[in-house]
Ligand binder design. Structure first.
Ligand SMILES: NC(=O)c1ccc[n+]([C@@H]2O[C@H](COP(=O)([O-])OP(=O)(O)OC[C@H]3O[C@@H](n4cnc5c(N)ncnc54)[C@H](OP(=O)(O)O)[C@@H]3O)[C@@H](O)[C@H]2O)c1
Length: 336
């Protein structure tokens, strides 16, 4: 109850920010952003677009990959019209396709740009069951597996950049508090929704993909520590805001739900604040493997904190992106 009141009045936590802080406020003193290069996925709309706008305002060089070149150009044009000096590269990336992720990374690496910041923000809520071109359930493929491969393929560049510049690299996974609603066996669930349409529930699949984002950040943080890499990774819940995420469910019922929940909704600028805070605030140097909400450290779900599940998900993901799908299906068959 107290937490709800604090949220509604926007009271600030130990970080000095709260639910009503905006992305511009939390980056006000981040002058170091002038020297960084950031990749932000899903910057064509919603939270990612505002994150990109504010980081551009603070002087960061941006790489904005999107599945539609036109949407990416439009996103760039909007930012450049407001900040004409901003340096923005747009590229093609469809996160639901492992091939597209590989092509994007090859193209990005050919540009010889540094990489200080990776914001894994893109996401979808898929009302209908669908299978990606790689044969994997679409929500999981887009929200998690594409970002898993993207991060894996960019990690060497991030570690090198951090070494050369002395600036700590940062990775931010945009998750959601809804991850806490998922219970069950992580690996078995991927298999069930990939194999069998009748097991698909859109909200559960979305919650599961957001849990995977949390487990990914936790396991990656451990691996980066072992590698002694000067790169941190954290996860955020942006808060609830009306964006195109619900595009599959537009209509009167959605309008009514958002109307009833309106007191709890954030503005886009407030929803981008936690991402921008975790991506840039000097206070978070060396802070890794944590979960943030309303710009303050928070607790993920019990399953989200489970290091054994994080390691299991990592192992199966390595196999899923390894082009050797037979091995994946053989391991899944253990559940049949
Ligand atoms: N809105 C909320 O209340 C809320 C709450 C908690 C967490 N989140 C998380 O916040 C993140 C941003 O969501 P949002 O609310 O800003 O939604 P949004 O307005 O729908 O933005 C989603 C972005 O992801 C991109 N995207 C979707 N599928 C993609 C694919 N296959 N490949 C590349 N990009 C793809 C979209 O690009 P296109 O232009 O191509 O569609 C768009 O730029 C998501 O991870 C979401 O899960 C949102």
């Amino acid at each position: 109850m107290l937490e709800t009141v604090k949220y509604l009045i926007g009271s600030t936590g130990p970080a000095g920010y709260g639910s009503k802080s905006t992305a511009e406020q939390v980056t006000e003193n981040c002058r170091h952003l002038r020297s960084i290069t950031a990749i932000i996925t899903g910057a064509t709309s919603g939270i990612g677009a505002e994150t990109a706008r504010v980081l551009a305002k603070r002087g960061a060089r941006l790489v904005l990959p999107a599945r539609s070149p036109k949407a990416a150009e439009d996103a760039k044009a909007r930012i450049v019209s407001e900040f004409p000096d901003s340096e923005i590269v747009v590229m093609v990336l469809d996160l639901s396709s492992l091939n597209s992720v590989r092509n994007f990374v090859a193209e990005f690496l050919s540009l010889n740009l540094p990489l200080n910041l990776l914001i894994n923000n893109a996401g979808k809520f898929s009302h209908q069951h669908a299978i990606s071109e790689d044969g994997i359930e679409m929500t999981f493929a887009t929200n998690y597996l594409g970002h898993f491969l993207l991060t894996k393929l960019l990690l060497k560049k991030m570690v090198q950049t951090a070494k050369m510049t002395g600036v700590q690299g940062r990775i931010v996974n945009v998750s959601s508090n809804i991850h806490g609603s998922f219970s069950g066996d992580v690996i078995r669930y991927i298999w069930l929704i990939t194999r069998n349409k009748s097991h698909y529930d859109a909200t559960r699949a979305y919650a599961f993909s957001k849990l995977a984002n949390v487990l990914h950040a936790n396991e990656l943080a451990e691996r980066l520590k072992q590698m002694e890499a000067n790169v941190i990774v954290n996860c955020v819940h942006p808060g609830i805001v009306r964006t195109r995420l619900t595009r599959d469910r537009e209509g009167l019922i959605t309008d009514v739900v958002f109307f009833l929940a309106s007191r709890f909704l954030k503005t886009i600028s407030q929803a981008a604040a936690t991402t921008c805070y975790v991506a840039s605030h000097p206070r978070l140097v060396n802070v890794t493997g944590k979960y943030f909400a309303d710009c303050n450290e928070a607790l993920p779900s019990k399953l989200g904190s489970n290091s054994t599940e994080a390691a299991r998900l990592w192992s199966i993901s390595e196999i899923m992106v390894s082009r050797d799908f037979k091995a994946v299906f053989d391991s899944f068959n253990a559940f049949d």
